[in-house]
Design a protein around this ligand. Structure first.
Ligand SMILES: Cc1cc2nc3c(=O)[nH]c(=O)nc-3n(C[C@H](O)[C@H](O)[C@H](O)COP(=O)(O)OP(=O)(O)OC[C@H]3O[C@@H](n4cnc5c(N)ncnc54)[C@H](O)[C@@H]3O)c2cc1C
Length: 416
């Protein structure tokens, strides 16, 4: 009888594992609490009105339309029974497995201040991105209607918390909107009135990059008009602003990008976890002595060949998913397992139009060439020809016209 492979999470790890098993005689069930696979590295472009949600997300059913051994289930997994070999969903359904791949990703960490989330949303889902986009657009509309420059200042102020790639991309993109592209359409606001702060608790930004590149990233952001506040832990976040040491920055526009924790589902596994809640996995990504239960992607703490933990990046999740698909395929043919080995092909971050930093196998570069390479790689890894074509066309359009196309405000209520 065919084996049941249950995959929790239709992100980079889950999708690539299922695709690798396309030609195998197994029944695959992919369970995700959303109906789409999301290309998170481009979410900030939805939040800053450069791309539409449909450009970077694809229904999971559509991805597997032709792969007959896959069943897609929309539902949230709430428990895992390791002994009975089944997963339970919130709606009470359960799915038995012979092999389980858990790839539920991560979520933002507010370091014990969950109450900050409603004022400073993180960028993790399509609805987060649309929420942030509406805040930015509504804020500009409000500023346009206030005659006194002092009174309108908070509406023209943006605070991004966290100097990792997401925070840097977000701050750079807001600077482009607020200092240039959208301002032409507002009659009363001057581009130099806008203030963008990137707040970071550590003494540098882009810490995953070595010194010349992280400094270069900071300088590029500053040249674009972003004020980078280093060694600045956030003390409090309220509806109308951010409290830092000795100063309150008044603004309704706050974005959180300051750290992640693994999906809470990992706790249900009752295995060893690291300080950010990731399951500590064996070299073949299985957990403890359960050789048929694996954790992959952002939810896994796996090590590289020098014993250092692998970062929460899309290529790590993709390679782990492919590896697990291959492992199951081989095992069903009676072949033995090999350990997972991550191939690091480089790290990149974009800062704005024609500006990026890249470290590709020790070759460090920045500027226009890094940005082109960043763009090509992101287009290549997007799922679906239509999405690739549309994103490419949108980028060419922005590059030539400086215009942001997706600027509709859908829900204008009192609270927003
Ligand atoms: C804004 C942002 C920008 C990023 N930029 C980059 C970048 O430039 N380069 C890079 O390499 N990486 C980047 N990353 C990181 C990268 O996106 C992640 O490393 C990658 O998505 C991890 O893949 P994954 O498969 O582990 O999880 P995910 O892609 O997060 O997928 C997890 C899936 O599991 C589902 N799920 C979660 N819990 C449950 C549950 N209980 N039941 C059912 N389904 C569940 C979710 O709905 C989701 O579809 C970025 C991340 C973010 C948020």
């Amino acid at each position: 009888m065919s084996k049941n492979v249950v995959i929790v999470g239709g992100g980079f790890a889950g999708i690539s594992a299922a695709q690798k098993l396309a030609s195998s005689d197994v029944n695959i069930t992919i369970i995700d609490k959303t109906n789409h696979h999301l290309f998170q590295p481009l979410l900030y472009q939805v939040a800053t009105a450069a791309l539409s949600p449909g450009d970077i997300a694809m229904p999971i059913r559509a991805i597997f339309r032709r792969q007959k051994n896959v069943e897609v289930v929309l539902g949230e997994v709430t428990n895992i029974d390791k002994e009975q070999q089944s997963v339970q969903l919130k709606n009470g359904h359960s799915y038995p497995f012979d092999y389980l791949i858990l790839a539920p990703g991560a979520q933002y960490n507010y370091f014990g201040h969950d109450e900050w989330e409603k004022h400073a949303p993180g960028l993790k889902s399509i609805s987060d991105a649309l929420d942030i986009r509406e805040r930015i657009l509504l804020s500009l509309e409000q500023a346009e209607q206030i005659a006194d420059p002092k009174e309108r200042q908070p509406y023209l102020t943006y605070v991004v918390i966290g100097g990792g790639p997401t925070g840097v991309e977000m701050a750079g993109s807001i600077a482009e909107i607020a200092k240039r592209s959208m301002m032409r359409d507002f009659r009363n606001i001057k581009p130099d009135e806008t203030k963008i702060y990137l707040v970071e608790a550590a003494d540098g930004i882009l810490n995953a990059f070595e010194e010349p590149l992280s400094k270069k990233g900071q300088k590029t952001l500053e040249d674009m008009g972003v004020e980078v506040l280093l060694n600045t832990p956030v003390k409090d976040i309220r509806k109308n602003g951010v409290q830092i040491e000795g100063r309150f920055i008044e603004t309704p526009n706050i974005v959180w990008g300051a750290g992640v924790v693994a999906s809470p589902l990992i706790k249900r596994l009752e295995v060893e976890t690291d300080r950010i809640g990731r399951a500590v996995v064996n070299p073949d990504l299985s957990i403890g002595d359960h050789s048929n239960i694996f954790v992959a992607g952002d939810a896994a703490h796996a090590k590289d060949k020098d014993g250092n933990p692998l970062p929460g990046l899309a290529p790590v999740a993709l390679q782990q998913g492919k590896y697990l698909g291959e492992l199951i395929k081989n095992e069903l043919k009676g072949r033995s397992r090999k350990d997972f080995e991550y191939v690091d092909k480089g790290t990149m971050a974009t800062i704005g139009r024609a500006k990026a930093v890249a470290d590709v196998r020790g070759f460090k570069f920045s500027g226009f060439f890094a940005w082109i390479l960043w763009g090509l790689i992101h287009i290549f890894f997007l799922i679906g020809f239509r999405n690739r074509f549309r994103v490419f066309a949108e980028w060419i359009w922005h590059y030539m016209t400086f215009k942001r196309g997706v600027r509709l405000i859908a829900k204008k209520d009192e609270e927003s």
